[in-house]
Design a protein around this ligand. Structure first.
Ligand SMILES: Cc1cn([C@H]2C[C@H](O)[C@@H](COP(=O)(O)OP(=O)(O)OP(=O)(O)O)O2)c(=O)[nH]c1=O
Length: 196
């Protein structure tokens, strides 16, 4: 058998969390963030996450023929409302106040494109916030941690203190669901921890 030649892997994301998580899988890759206006014709948050992940992967794959391109998108849904990244500390406080004492869902889409074709799947995690005091809401919003994050919080930081419980994959809330990332990268011939 000829030796396995590792395909070039491109992470189509500017997110430092996604970079760290992909590095933890032992994958060598380069980063090329997709430059696109995040808009989807889809309605359901799971389909929005899948569609935007696919759009990001396609945008970068065009410029990287032969590579394995991976992209992701995270949508936070509270009932029918999708909470994007807050535009200000005030909006972040409003998001956190809305999430308090309730359950919401985090959908993270993962898309992989390679010469083999295209795949896109979505992970869903249910997150329940504890009942927060007005002081806690303000303290968290002023920390600034939630400003670059969908839903206005980061489970991997101070945001862990806002949460009572989660059902589903933790890494999906962080924005890079590892079970899907591993499955799809292996399907496209990328070794994870040295194994294809
Ligand atoms: C809910 C939650 C979101 N997030 C982050 C994950 C994503 O980076 C971000 C959602 O925005 P995305 O649009 O999914 O990603 P991004 O703009 O940060 O990066 P890129 O499009 O270049 O890949 O929110 C956390 O880090 N922790 C959390 O607990």
């Amino acid at each position: 058998m000829p030796p396995h030649t590792a395909p070039e892997v491109v992470l189509a994301s500017g997110s430092p969390r996604r970079r760290e998580l992909l590095t933890s899988l032992g994958v060598t890759f380069r980063v090329q963030a997709a430059d696109l206006d995040e808009r989807s014709d889809q309605i359901h948050p799971a389909e929005v996450a899948r569609d935007l992940a696919r759009q990001k992967a396609r945008a970068v794959a065009q410029a990287s023929p032969g590579a394995v391109v991976i992209a992701s998108d995270t949508v936070v849904a509270l009932g029918d409302v999708q909470l994007a990244k807050p535009a200000s500390t005030e909006e972040n406080a409003a998001f956190i106040a809305q999430l308090s004492a309730r359950a919401h869902h985090v959908y993270s889409g993962v898309a992989v494109i390679s010469p083999q074709g295209e795949d896109a799947e979505v992970s869903e995690t249910r997150v329940v916030f504890r009942a927060l005091t007005p002081g806690e809401v303000q303290y968290y919003a002023r920390s600034g941690e939630g400003l670059d994050k969908a839903g206005g919080y980061g489970i991997q930081g101070l945001g862990a203190a806002l949460i009572e419980r989660i059902e589903g994959e933790y890494s999906g809330v962080v924005g890079f669901p590892l079970s899907l990332v591993i499955k799809l990268l292996r399907k496209h011939g990328v070794a994870i921890w040295g194994e294809v």
